[in-house]
Design a protein around this ligand. Structure first.
Ligand SMILES: Nc1ncnc2c1ncn2[C@@H]1O[C@H](COP(=O)(O)OP(=O)(O)OP(=O)(O)O)[C@@H](O)[C@H]1O
Ligand SMILES: [Mg+2]
Length: 425
């Protein structure tokens, strides 16, 4: 009797077993979203179904233009198969070029592909792989699985191949979905980063203004120092002032670097008033230059909120900058208020209200303002908008289990209400 290698269960034999396996496999695949975890699971199941002691799944890595080994079964696959294969490697090359039926079965290759097929077979032999299963989605080889020889070659190989093709097709769909999800996640990150860089422009403007004062005092000290070097009171007093100014500049630099650096969301217990004030501080210069008044009414007994400080800053900056844009022509007032909300049921929330006296939002636009790339800032005198600001605001608030609401009257102004769940006291 052949010893059963570890990790390989008995392959299914009856048709009920097969049906069970396909059903379980599809259900399980549908729930998995991480491409690597999925690849591991797929190759395990394919090896089990194909009674192979070893196998590997190679996944397309579009960023690095190669196929990388994302899942393996058996020690041989880990040690004997390369971690990365170029797109031009004979195996993927052959698998991409071979015409197949809808179920994935190989059709007779035209003579021109014979050489390619032979090169593919030879490469497989060096990798101790006997069978290959392409995972093709929308005409693209997104992955392929290599399996070792079957443990029971005497069994009906024809039906096993069709069964493997069916499983491979289910796996292809799941792999494709997980790769799309991964793409979506990446583009979200990219969107957030782009938006963050955009508001950084404003922060940098505020920063330049803020460091001018401390720099002037440092410069004065350096200019006066040679002639006043023997005056200990002057030296003591000015050294203190200069040191304070240097600390201030350091703090500002830290703020900017923190903001620019994209970090994985990090939730900490924070005082929302403190974040609101820090954002208002950065837009003051811009508001001033446009004749816009800033008023803040911050509740003194506000409960704390679990949040990602940098992300919530991004939310407030986007809302404040939009308000400034809406008032850029005639000036106006930006009022920011914070308060505690008690919802029915007793749960506490922190509400942040941003009210401007700008041009307002027309009803037809109101339902689109959170849509990606919706902007009215291409035709106006304001800066060119990307239309990503509010999309990101919405996404960040959702990630914080919060809510956002907008009310607007054309010619009167716009109010945004952001609610964040408070830490229970
Ligand atoms: N406070 C506001 N007053 C009036 N209109 C607003 C206000 N906030 C948002 N809008 C409208 O919503 C649209 C979308 O806003 P969003 O922040 O997503 O993009 P944007 O401001 O146009 O571009 P960007 O954020 O890249 O500068 C704006 O173009 C504007 O028409
Ligand atoms: Mg905006």
């Amino acid at each position: 009797m052949t010893a059963q290698p570890t990790g390989i269960a008995t392959p299914p034999s009856s048709s009920t077993d097969l049906l069970d396996l396909v059903t379980r496999f599809s259900t399980e695949m549908g729930a998995m979203t991480d491409p690597d975890a999925l690849s591991e699971r797929v190759i395990q199941e394919l090896c089990r179904a194909g009674a192979a002691t070893h196998g590997a799944l190679y996944l397309l890595d579009r960023e690095h233009e190669c196929y990388r080994r994302a899942g393996t079964v058996g020690p041989l696959a880990k040690s004997g198969l390369p971690a990365v294969l170029p797109l031009t490697h004979p195996i993927p090359h052959h698998l991409s070029a071979t015409p197949r039926t809808a179920s994935g079965a190989e059709l007779v290759s035209p003579a021109s592909l014979k050489e390619l097929a032979e090169a593919g077979q030879a490469a497989m032999a060096t990798m101790q792989a006997e069978r290959s299963l392409p995972h093709v989605s929308r005409g693209r080889l997104i992955a392929f699985s290599l399996l070792g020889a079957p443990l029971h070659p005497e069994r009906d190989q024809g039906s096993m191949t069709s069964f493997l093709c069916a499983l491979a097709q289910t796996a292809t769909n799941a792999l494709d979905a997980s790769m799309l999800l991964d793409d979506l996640h990446r583009s979200h990150l990219l969107m957030k980063r782009t938006d963050r860089l955009k508001s950084l422009e404003t922060i940098a403007g505020g920063f330049a203004h803020e460091i001018r004062n401390p720099l002037t005092s440092i410069k004065t000290f350096i200019q006066l120092a040679p002639e006043r070097k023997d005056d200990p009171d002057f030296i003591r007093e000015f050294s203190r002032i200069v040191l304070d100014d240097v600390y201030r500049i350091e703090r500002l630099i830290e703020e900017i670097l923190d903001y620019a650096r994209y970090m994985e969301p990090k939730l900490t217990e924070e005082d929302v008033n403190d974040i609101v004030s820090s954002c208002l501080y950065f837009i003051e210069v811009k508001a001033d230059s446009r004749g816009i008044k800033i008023e803040k009414e911050l509740a003194s007994d506000l409960p704390r909120v679990m949040l990602d400080r940098q992300q919530i800053k991004q939310v407030f900056l986007n809302l404040f900058l939009n308000a400034l844009d809406a008032m850029s022509e005639q000036g106006g007032t930006l009022r920011v208020r914070t308060r505690t909300l008690i919802k029915p049921g007793g749960k506490q929330w922190v509400q942040i209200e941003t009210e401007d006296t700008g041009h307002g939002i027309q009803d037809v636009n109101l339902e689109h303002i959170f849509d990606p790339f919706f902007t009215t800032k291409h035709e106006s005198g304001e800066h060119e908008g990307t239309g990503l600001g509010l999309t990101i605001v919405h996404q960040i608030i959702q990630e914080h289990q919060g809510e956002i609401e907008v009310r607007s009257t054309v010619g009167v102004g716009t109010t945004f209400l952001v609610n964040l769940p408070a830490v229970p006291s």
